[in-house]
Design a protein around this ligand. Structure first.
Ligand code: BDR
Ligand code: CA
Length: 309
């Protein structure tokens, strides 16, 4: 099994990443940390606790991290995720507690306590991970790597060329890349293959679990905002592809390549530059996910939802 820390900003699709990580036998979810992103930190933290409560996941410490990006204010994605970052279903009061430790301290404790190197899976802006590396640089050599949902090999979704998590905190990406940690990017180019069609939503509800019913409400809302704001009738379930890739590497193809991030473009701040043609002749520093085995991915999600409460 692969031990992971899941750093997230729930967020509809982040919730499914939590569920997949908690349910899949090949993943050992050691901690959840939260960051401001899709919503304010208080909302994303609350929502992480809701996600665990709904699915009957207990005993996983949850630590709150950065409220805003390294270099400026947070602009929550409320046009996609709603004012509480988890629009749609009524949210049950969380029964799982919030840990006293902040995200960085919790990550350090989990990394220190683990005989095997931990993989950090990040499904929001990379703020918490960048802060961890800056506060304790020795962490970098002690983890197995970072698998991040964000960026794109093609175009963006907040600006023409920037994806939301990258656009939210490009400086954090630059810090994490400069650390030369094994880094995997799961960008829009692959996540837009994971469309929560009406058939997919029906399958998730048909699991008959409380998690499935809640998940269906999440996906209905998420797809309705995607239709309105992004002109896509079915919401793409971005975040859990990170966990799926660790649990079942055959779910996607990947390539070793060069990844850089734009910090200062006049129109392109937060754009990821993925040199698939090796045109820049720079050393490869990232693994980038390309093609999704779509049926295999939805089977992983469906199995997770069926396993949970
Ligand atoms: C990313 O931004 C958020 O809206 C989603 O949770 C995902 O992490 C997609 O651009
Ligand atoms: Ca997210």
């Amino acid at each position: 099994t692969t031990p992971i820390i899941l750093d997230c900003d729930p967020g509809h699709d982040d919730v499914f990443a939590i569920w997949l990580a908690a349910a899949h036998p090949a993943i050992d979810l050691r901690a959840i940390t939260t960051v401001g992103g899709n919503g304010l930190l208080e909302h994303t933290t609350y929502n992480a606790r809701v996600a665990c409560t709904v699915a009957g996941v207990s005993g996983i410490p949850i630590g709150a991290g950065a409220a805003h990006p390294l270099a400026g204010p947070l602009h929550p994605a409320d046009w996609i995720h709603g004012p509480n970052a988890l629009g749609g279903p009524e949210l049950p009061a969380p029964t799982v507690p919030l840990d006293d430790r902040n995200a960085q301290q919790l990550m350090r404790d989990v990394i220190d306590a683990s005989p095997e190197p931990i993989t950090i899976v990040a499904t929001g802006p990379l703020t918490n991970v960048a802060m961890l590396f800056e506060e304790t640089p020795e962490t970098v050599s002690r983890i197995a790597g970072v698998v991040w949902m964000g960026g794109s090999t093609t175009r963006g979704n907040v600006t023409p060329y920037a994806e939301f998590n990258a656009w939210a905190d490009p400086e954090a990406i630059a810090i994490v890349l400069a650390a030369e940690v094994p880094f995997t990017m799961v960008g829009l180019n692959i996540t837009h293959q994971a469309l929560a069609t009406p058939e997919v939503r029906a399958r998730i509800a048909a699991t008959g679990t409380r998690t499935g019913a809640f998940g269906r409400e999440l996906l209905d809302y998420f797809s309705s905002t995607y239709e309105r704001a992004e002109r896509m009738p079915d919401g793409p379930l971005h975040d859990p592809i990170t966990v799926a890739l660790l649990a079942d590497p055959a779910v996607a193809t990947t390539v070793r390549t060069r990844l850089d991030v734009e910090l200062a473009g006049t129109e392109t701040r937060g754009a990821t530059s993925v040199d698939l043609l090796d045109a820049l002749d720079r050393p490869h520093n990232a693994t980038v996910a390309l093609d999704l085995d779509v049926p295999r991915f939805w089977s992983l999600i469906e199995d997770a939802v069926r396993t949970l409460a």
